[in-house]
Write a protein that binds this ligand. Sequence first.
Ligand code: FPP
Length: 251
Amino acid sequence: MKIPFIHHKHSEESIHISEDHIPEHIAIIMDGNGRWAQKRGMPRVAGHKEGMSTVVNIVKAAVKYKVKVLTLYTFSTENWKRPKTEVDTILKLPKQFLHIYLPDLMANNVRIGTIGDIEHLPAHSREAVQYAVNRTRDNNGLQLNFALNYGGRQEILNAMKELFADINDAKLSLDDVDEQTFSGYLYTTGLPDPDLLIRTGGEKRLSNYLPWQFAYTEFWFTDVLWPDFSEKEFIQALEEYGQRKRRFGGL
Ligand code: FPP
């Protein structure tokens, strides 16, 4: 069933933080789809499909609360180890999602991006996301990034290789390499580092997600499984974030 993206009805949820305490960039590890399905005696893939509806709701919420960047861990380089049917299902979801929701994303001024090695995705996934990236290129609302075939260590190694190649070609001098230069070689080039990481599904680990970018990120974990995650928990995360004091190593 299509969930209307723009809804004019006022939500019952209310938020108790000021706009200047809203994280600019939120990264999410959407964990717990498989367990959600298994608890119901359904195949794991049913959980991933249900997880797509949560993505819609959380994108809506991010637009509503004026988050600038939302980066969703959709498929990691390690997820290839799963059974082929599950991998195939997950990799079909971006296309399905964009097929249904691209008009709504356009209407909401959402700009789509990707991080990860999308060159090695099946053509149908790669082409669907590339189409959406091009189509939404001039939008300047929420930047919605899908991490697809993403692995943090692989990202850092790739960045290093490209950086060394540029040094070799005398496009860059080793003395000029600082954190900012290095960040420019990562998939997230041009984006602010995430202010907040949300991980659902009860696990408290990073799973090779954005290791460089999370240096000063605030972490928020919940046992709620991703298909059950809603605007209510999203607001809870925003409120807790709003109360944290970020010192970035200072006092
Ligand atoms: C982790 O849960 C989830 C994934 C590996 C896939 C995430 C994908 C989605 C939420 C849908 C993507 C939607 C769009 C719009 C592209 P898990 O399977 O590891 O859960 P488990 O820990 O319970 O097994």
